[in-house]
Design a protein around this ligand. Structure first.
Ligand SMILES: NC(=O)c1ccc[n+]([C@@H]2O[C@H](COP(=O)([O-])OP(=O)(O)OC[C@H]3O[C@@H](n4cnc5c(N)ncnc54)[C@H](O)[C@@H]3O)[C@@H](O)[C@H]2O)c1
Length: 411
C-alpha cells in the first residue's frame, strides 16, 4: 500500500487519479491534498477522508514540511510542473507527474537529472502508453508478426468540440500561458511512437497552423456567445448549447457547480463562453510531423482538430505484414503477407483514456512497491517530450531538425 498526496485536485487530480483509489483501495491511499481552490480541496478531502492537518492551501505550503507521504501526484497546470517536481524530488517523494513534464526543453533534462540524483521514482502520466490499446500493439510488434517496422502512419483526431473547449477557449489555448499544441496534446503521440519503436529519431520536419479558429473566419460576432450572437441557431460552437449538453469533463473546468444555472452564469462572461473566433488562442488546429528514426523507420504523424470523434488511428507497415487500429474499437486488424487477415482483441480498460489513466497509476504503484523498474519509462518520456519540442522548432523555423544535434544544443 502506497500513500500519496494530491497536488492540484482539479479535473485530472479528482477525475483521473482520485477515481483510481475508489476501485483499488488496497494499492493506493491519498493521505493529503494541496490546492488553493477551497471547493476542490474540500471535495478531495471528503472523498478520501483526509485528516485536517494534511490539507494544504498550495504545493508551496505542503513543501514547507518534511516528507509526509511516500509519493505526490503533481496535477497542477503545465507551467507549474517544473518547480513542483524538482522540489518534491528534493524532499524525497516519489512522483507521478502530469504531462507535459515542463514547457522548456532544458527543464526536461533537469528533471531527468534530478530523478537520477535523488533516486526517486518518477512516472510521467503518458497514459496512452499504459492503455490496453497501445500495450496490445506493442505486444504484436514484440511477437514479430509484422517483421521489421518500415512505416507508421499515426493520426490524432482531437475532435472539433474538444479542440474548441481545450485549445481555443480553455487552459491550453495559448502557448504563452500553457505550451504549443504539439507538446500540450501530442507529446502523448511522440511518446507512443518512441515506445512502439524503441528507437531514437534521426531527423524530422513539421508543418502546422491555426487555420479555422481565428478572427478572420467570422465577421460581425460578439466576444461572448450570450451577448446576442446572430449565429446561435447554426454555430457548432454556441457555448450554451455545447456546455448544457456536455459531459462532466467539459463542464467541470467551466464551473465547480455543474447545475445548468451555474454553467450559464459562468458562460456569460467567462472564458468558456467566448466566441471561438474571438478568443486569444494561438495554438495550431492542425499539424503534421514526419520523422526518420535511426533504424530506418519513417513516421507520418498528423494531428487534426477537424474530426467528429476523439480517437487515434494507427497503421503500421512491416516487412512481413500490416496492422490497423482505431483506439475507439475493441480490436486490431493484422494482415500477414500471404496469409489471411486476423483480429486481435483489445482487453477492456477501466477509467479514462481507454484504461490508460488507471494503467499509469497502477504502474506507478508497482514501481513504488519495488515490483518493477520504470527507469526506461522515463527515458521514453524524455525522448517523447524532446521530440515534441524539436517538432515545434521545425514548424516555427521551417527547417528540418537533426534530433541528436537538437538535444546536444540543449546541454
Ligand atoms: N495525461 C493526460 O492525458 C492529461 C489530460 C488532460 C490534462 N493533463 C494535464 O494535467 C494537468 C492538470 O490539468 P487539469 O485539467 O486537471 O487542470 P485543472 O486546472 O482542472 O487542475 C489544476 C489544479 O491545480 C490547482 N492549483 C493551482 N495552483 C496550485 C498550487 N500552487 N498548488 C497546488 N495546486 C494548485 C488548481 O486550483 C486546480 O484545481 C495539466 O498539466 C494538463 O496539461 C494531462
Amino acid at each position: 500500500m502506497i500513500n500519496a498526496i494530491m497536488i492540484g485536485a482539479g479535473n485530472r487530480g479528482i477525475g483521473a487519479y482520485g477515481s483510481y483509489v475508489i476501485e483499488h483501495k488496497d494499492d493506493l491511499m491519498f493521505t493529503g491534498v494541496a490546492d488553493p481552490d477551497l471547493e476542490r480541496r474540500n471535495y478531495f478531502q471528503t472523498q478520501h477522508n483526509i485528516a485536517n492537518d494534511r490539507v494544504f492551501l498550495s504545493a508551496e505550503e505542503l513543501f514547507k514540511h518534511p516528507k509526509l507521504a511516500d509519493a505526490v501526484f503533481i496535477c497542477t497546470q503545465d507551467r507549474q510542473h517544473i518547480a513542483h517536481v524538482l522540489k518534491a524530488m528534493d524532499l524525497g517523494y516519489h512522483v507521478f507527474l502530469e504531462k507535459p513534464m515542463a514547457v522548456d526543453p532544458k527543464d526536461i533534462l533537469k528533471i531527468e537529472e534530478k530523478a537520477k540524483a535523488t533516486k526517486t521514482i518518477l512516472v510521467v502520466a503518458h497514459v496512452l502508453r499504459y492503455s490496453p490499446f497501445f500495450n496490445t500493439i506493442k505486444q504484436v510488434l514484440n511477437e514479430g508478426h509484422l517483421g521489421q517496422i518500415m512505416v507508421i502512419n499515426h493520426e490524432e483526431n482531437v475532435g472539433y468540440y474538444h479542440q474548441a473547449h481545450s485549445y481555443v477557449r480553455g487552459n491550453w489555448r495559448n502557448s504563452s500561458i500553457a505550451s504549443p499544441m504539439i507538446l500540450a496534446k501530442s507529446c502523448h503521440d511522440m511518446d507512443i511512437l518512441s515506445y512502439l519503436l524503441d528507437d531514437t529519431p534521426k531527423r524530422l520536419s513539421s508543418f502546422g497552423m491555426r487555420s479555422h479558429f481565428r478572427r478572420e473566419t467570422m465577421d460581425g460576432v460578439p466576444g461572448h456567445c450570450l451577448d446576442g450572437c446572430p449565429h446561435q441557431e447554426t454555430c457548432l460552437y454556441y457555448a450554451p448549447k455545447v456546455y448544457l449538453n456536455a459531459g462532466d469533463w467539459m463542464k467541470f473546468p467551466v464551473s465547480n457547480d455543474l447545475s445548468d444555472d451555474a454553467i450559464l452564469k459562468a458562460l456569460a462572461k467567462g472564458p468558456y463562453g467566448r466566441c471561438v473566433y474571438r478568443s486569444d488562442n494561438d495554438v495550431v488546429d492542425h499539424q503534421v510531423v514526419s520523422i526518420e528514426f535511426n533504424q530506418g523507420t519513417t513516421v507520418n504523424f498528423s494531428m487534426s482538430a477537424f474530426s467528429d470523434k476523439i480517437t487515434r488511428h494507427i497503421h503500421i507497415m512491416g516487412t512481413l505484414g500490416e496492422l490497423w487500429g482505431d483506439m475507439n474499437d475493441d480490436h486490431l486488424t493484422i494482415k500477414p503477407f500471404g496469409k489471411p487477415a486476423f483480429k486481435v482483441s483489445i482487453p477492456e480498460g477501466k477509467g479514462g483514456h481507454g484504461g490508460g489513466d488507471h494503467g499509469a497509476v497502477k504502474r506507478f504503484v508497482k514501481a513504488c512497491s519495488h515490483e518493477i523498474d520504470v527507469t526506461h519509462d522515463l527515458d521514453i518520456a524524455v525522448q517523447g517530450h524532446l521530440l515534441a519540442f524539436a517538432a515545434e522548432a521545425s514548424r516555427v523555423s521551417g527547417k528540418t531538425v537533426d534530433y541528436q544535434q537538437y538535444v546536444e544544443d540543449l546541454k
